[in-house]
Design a protein around this ligand. Structure first.
Ligand code: SF4
Length: 343
């Protein structure tokens, strides 16, 4: 498996003239200072020695945070010039940024090409116009297709970020967004359950009763279905859920929707679903479940949840868990033994 490292550069809200109901960019980036080009250089210089000797195939400088292509062009160029210098020197291999669908046009992409940028991630969030409007995203589905097509025409790698549980969203709408994203065939995707952050319009909506976030189990169920759609289309799902460092709140009432092991919970459910189907006709005996190495931990479940569930739900069955690296990601192979009784 290829080893990849990211040097993250956080560019806060300055790039964005919008106010999405869920966004408190200062909290998400945990920074309010706008970095200078020297700060970008210092960040890269700080990371590079820590990445030496780790057998990495690629090192990527990634501009995250606000909307990179929405910041003034001269600032984009200053930041990009630093990253480009390291790319030309062979010290990094890729340049990556996140932005909004409506901040993509020919001039912007020509500029990114000039600095040899590689990957553009779009905060699409949903393909449903009602969800986008209720979330005050300021763009619609048509903008998404226009931006994705243009990014692909220019030959950039495309990333699509989708959110789960925005105002007006439903399981079916979320799955339809995943289907539409998969049909575009981006190189990578991220799935984020909506987190109610303090100092956001969404927090006010939540307190007034105008918005109810999905429960944790609902968010896992919806994300699981979206994950399966993207996985079936061979799309690299780079992240599922926010990182703990993304969430800077001590307000226990807020921060709802955040679970530190959200990805493990979702992947564990994907495995459990297959194990449940396999065991649905079992009566007693032993059996073996196989997954590849990467999916062994999800097969066992977060904190052993799947193992515990089988022990409780199927006390007459003795399962073993083994690795078979010929299996694809997310696939559980089930082998009943001779003593196994199948209806
Ligand atoms: S576009 Fe991004 S940075 Fe701007 S308000 Fe929305 S989520 Fe925040």
């Amino acid at each position: 498996m290829k080893k990849h490292a990211i040097i993250p550069i956080f560019i806060p809200h300055i790039g964005c003239g919008h106010s999405c109901v869920f966004c408190n960019q200062n909290i998400i980036t945990a920074r309010s200072n706008v970095p200078s080009a020297d700060d970008v250089r210092n960040t890269i210089e700080t990371y590079l020695p820590t990445l030496e000797g780790r057998g990495l195939d690629t090192i990527e400088v990634a501009f995250f945070g606000g909307s990179f292509t929405g910041i003034p062009m001269n600032m984009q160029r200053e930041y990009l010039a630093v990253a480009y210098e390291y790319k030309v020197a062979g010290k990094i291999h890729k340049i990556h940024m996140s932005t909004r669908p409506d901040y993509i046009n020919e001039e912007i992409l020509d500029n990114l090409k000039e600095f040899s940028a590689d990957t553009i991630e779009l905060g699409v969030q949903s393909f449903d116009d009602e969800v986008l409007a209720l979330s005050k995203r300021g763009h619609n589905e048509e903008d998404v297709y226009r931006a994705c097509n243009l990014i692909k025409e220019y030959g950039f790698e495309l990333g699509i970020q989708l959110m789960i549980g925005l105002p007006g969203d439903t399981k079916e709408k979320a799955m339809e967004s995943a289907r539409k994203a998969a049909a575009i065939k981006p190189e990578l995707a991220r799935l984020y359950p909506t987190v109610v952050l303090p100092d956001t319009e969404l927090a006010e909506m939540y307190r007034s009763g105008a918005y109810t976030p999905p429960s944790e189990s609902e968010a896992i169920e919806i994300t699981k279905e979206m994950y399966k759609i993207l996985m079936a289309a061979d799309i690299n799902i780079m992240r599922v859920g926010l990182k703990s460092t993304d969430l800077m709140t001590n307000d226990m009432d807020l921060g709802k929707g955040y679970h530190p092991a959200f990805r493990q919970l979702v992947e564990g459910e994907i495995c459990r679903e297959q194990m449940e189907e396999a065991l649905s006709h079992a009566v007693s005996g032993s059996c073996t479940f196989y997954s590849n190495e990467k999916w062994f931990s999800p097969m066992i479940g977060h904190k052993g949840a799947n193992k515990k569930w089988i022990a409780e739900a199927y006390p007459d069955i003795t399962p073993k868990y083994k690795i078979d690296n010929t299996l694809k990601d997310g696939i559980i192979f089930y082998m009943p033994f001779n003593s196994f009784v199948v209806e």
